[in-house]
Design a protein around this ligand. Structure first.
Ligand code: CA
Ligand code: CA
Length: 146
């Protein structure tokens, strides 16, 4: 599965490098591969595994600086105050949260107050994608694996 994952990432990079528009059709959950999802979700015990997050549209020109909260506490990224993301980019989250956690995606601004891109309440008994939308025009999709 490791090889598959690398190939899948390589394919994504190639697609972007080729200048093809990202269609947003592939689910964030699907990007990680079923085997990876399964083992990661098992490692979360009864909780939900947050797989990866993809920027479908950024709220700012070029890059957003985003971080993720669960139930009001920052959970991602672990090392640093935010992750800088461009449209189409996917980044691993790899965090376990409780099944009905309230997630918020925040976009950091230096001078203005931070923007809330969106909030979702997990439906912890199913594996599915969620979208943070559309604070300041940003739209992000996260895969949650049960
Ligand atoms: Ca910003
Ligand atoms: Ca902003």
């Amino acid at each position: 599965m490791r090889t598959w994952r690398k190939l899948s990432k390589l394919a994504a990079v190639t697609t972007l490098a080729g200048g093809l528009a990202f269609t947003g059709a592939s689910a964030a959950v699907a990007d990680g591969g079923p085997a990876h999802e399964k083992s990661a979700a098992l490692a979360c015990g009864g909780n939900v595994f947050l797989d990866g997050i993809r920027a479908l549209a950024t709220s700012e020109n070029g890059r957003d600086e985003v971080y993720l909260e669960a139930d009001g506490a920052k959970i991602w990224p672990a090392g640093g105050s935010y992750v800088s993301m461009t449209a189409g980019q996917r980044v691993e989250v790899d965090k376990c949260v409780r099944p009905q956690a309230a997630l918020r995606l925040i976009e950091v601004d230096d001078l203005d107050p931070n923007d809330v891109i969106g909030r979702v309440i997990l439906q912890g008994d199913v594996t599915r994608d969620y979208e943070f939308c559309c604070g300041d025009g940003g739209r992000y999709r996260i895969g949650a694996v049960r």
